[in-house]
Design a protein around this ligand. Structure first.
Ligand SMILES: [Zn+2]
Length: 386
């Protein structure tokens, strides 16, 4: 979840409660020309609930497939009927059979399907503590901060979302069991661990972390998850914000880091796939990641101009970089942060709108910042690309 979405969610609470190939399989130099189609054309969105699967699969088949999308990152979190830890299930979760229907459609259309569970950060939202810390409060990095006392950001405790303690001796027994289970169910060769906007890390009150370097803590958790996935030949994907120095770049403390995690960029394995999200400007940090050796895709959200600039930048970077770096610019992933069903409602409403008569004030009043409108622009662009 991102700050923009946080604001959106705050304002719209009644409405709503970041093929992708490993860099080694990117196309050869000869394809890095004006007609380069981008190796990754992705969408990251919440997984549907069981009742919404039919409509979502129709959306994938009728909207994404004709635009040559080849990556679908589904935010599953606790919306799965985990057998290893049934206590972590959301009400009415996806079953293995439900997931098989999504897997089958994606395989039919050569779409790489990647499940996501938010790890480390994003263990709460506003006053709601999510399943992991609800069931295992001993994993909480700073239990003195209570989600029930949450007040809108900025609040005195700087509570945005809770984190688990990466050094708790039992947390990975639980986390890796559900990660393995969801990857098996999705037949996945990659897993997205989120790890964005981690504000609580190395907190004073944590007896294990309080004297540790935050970059080393963050890098240690990334590396541990990476190594666990690698045992089964799976790739780790994460959001990139904690690896960017928010002060030097001027990008700030949301899309980049103020809490000293950014030196972790030099401490983590180079085959971690970076999802480099920027929503207000087409910041050029994809070049930073690629030149550090990481496969990277730029991620946009709800400003159509920014999204299309990000796609154009990826293609330009691929054309003008040395071959070794060029192949690391993997493409573009659009992100949707509302609920799956709510998004589809808005998407089809906007898609079915009749164009307003020219010069009408109505046309000018159409919202310029809208994730569904932006996705329609991306789809149109992808359809025109080779
Ligand atoms: Zn800790």
């Amino acid at each position: 979840m991102k700050r923009l979405s946080f604001l959106l969610l705050t304002l719209s609470f009644f409405l709503i409660l970041p093929s992708c190939r490993p860099s080694g399989s990117a196309p050869a130099e000869s394809t890095l020309e004006a007609g380069d189609p981008l190796p990754v054309r992705g969408l990251a969105i919440e997984a549907p609930k069981p009742a919404g699967i039919d409509r979502f699969l129709t959306f994938v088949e009728e909207e994404l497939v004709p635009a040559h999308f080849n990556l679908l990152i589904l935010r599953v979190d606790w919306n799965y009927a985990y057998e290893s830890h049934p206590e972590l299930r959301d009400p009415d979760p996806l079953t293995r059979e439900d997931v098989q229907r999504i897997v089958a459609l994606c395989r039919k259309h050569d779409i790489r399907l990647v499940p996501q569970i938010n790890l480390l950060g994003h263990q709460s939202w506003a006053k709601t503590t999510h399943a992991l810390l609800r069931e295992y409060p001993q994993f909480d990095e700073n239990p003195s901060v209570k989600t029930e006392n949450y007040t809108p950001w900025p609040n005195p405790e700087r509570l945005y979302c809770k984190s688990y303690c990466p050094l708790h001796p039992e947390v990975h027994d639980v986390v890796f069991a559900v990660v393995d289970e969801v990857c098996d169910a999705f037949g996945a060769d990659a897993f997205h661990a989120g790890m964005d906007e981690v504000f609580y890390l190395g907190e004073e009150e944590c007896p294990r972390c309080h004297d540790k370097d935050k970059a080393e803590l963050f890098a240690g958790e990334v590396t541990l998850i990476h190594d666990h996935l690698a045992e089964k030949g799976r790739q780790l994907m994460i959001w990139g914000d904690r690896l960017i120095d928010g002060r030097t770049t001027g990008i700030g403390e949301w899309e980049a880091s103020y809490n000293d995690t950014w030196p972790a960029i030099d401490l983590i394995p180079k085959d971690v796939f970076i999802c480099d999200w920027h929503y207000e400007r087409a910041d050029l940090t994809a070049a930073y990641f690629a030149l550090k050796g990481f496969p990277v895709a730029t991620c946009g959200y709800r400003n159509p101009e920014v999204c299309l600039q990000q796609i154009a930048d990826q293609r330009r970077f691929r054309r003008q970089s040395a071959p070794a770096a060029a192949e690391r610019f993997q493409g573009y992933i659009h992100t949707i942060w509302s609920g799956n069903a709510n998004f589809l409602d808005r998407y089809y409403t906007i898609k079915d709108e009749k164009p307003a008569p020219r010069g009408k004030a109505d046309a000018e009043a159409a919202p310029k910042l809208d994730d569904a409108r932006a996705l329609l622009s991306v789809i149109q662009t992808f359809r025109q690309m080779p």
